[in-house]
Design a protein around this ligand. Sequence first.
Ligand code: G1P
Length: 304
Amino acid sequence: MSNVKAQSPSSARRVRKAVLPAAGLGTRFLPATKAQPKEMLPVVDKPLIQYVAEECVASGIEHIIIVTGKGKNAIEDHFDLAPSLERFLEEKGKKDQAEMVRRISNMVRVSYTRQKEPLGLGHAVLVARDLVGDEPFAVLLGDVIIPGNRPATKQLVEVYEATGIGAIAVEQVPREKTHLYGVVDGEPKPQAPWGQRLLRIRDLVEKPKPGKAPSNLAITGRYVLPPDIFDCLARTKPGSGNEIQLTDALRILAKERGLWALIYEGISYDAGDKLGFLKATVEIALQNPELGAEFRKYLKSLDL
Ligand code: G1P
């Protein structure tokens, strides 16, 4: 059993940037996404992408790079200053709301780049290459939200900064659902502080056919990767769905540089999917300090 000693992160291992691919067409959520980006769908009172940006900030990320496409301008407006709205709120005496609106545009540095054609998740990440440069970075899928106090991205950053090897978040899913995800074949490499939750990836398969999944450990949509992934992406041919898949580039990275899978602590919601979105809404509403208690009462009152 190899034991990688945790060491203090050298500056080259600091994870300062995150790429948020947000160019997808959101076809699983039509018609809601016909004229608005799926990343702007609100869960309780915030758009999906704000939850993801907040996870970045809570994970120590200083610069977010959002990969957009046609029809995604609302995302840029959301993170921009809104002087007339702020003035309006202040004139009405709604100082708290004005402050909340201001906080969104000040919370982190955001840059945008566009994926001009929908060539896949891997291609979307490759589009961010120049903005990321030669340093490690996180990738967070804009439609997956992971509520809770221990951000999944932070957990991966800790693995990367201690070992210098990329790490991706995985979680157990029912066998009959593995065809919806990237699935990993990993060898447990228990070590403190992660124990059995850390695995060395032997292989990965994107959306395996039923019965062909190497395990039930599915990729959750959170990654921390070294810049070497860009060369792997540049060498990746179209795969599942005839798209350039991030998972296929990770196969190359795992073979050439090594890659960890971390069974992270937390629960993810695929809010780009209608049922996942409903579940996220209920969970997050129940935790909401203003609405939670009354909403719980309401749910209990339903004769289900
Ligand atoms: C993407 C990834 C897949 C991952 C999933 C998580 O697929 O390609 O490996 O498991 O996100 O949500 P998508 O859901 O975009 O088809």
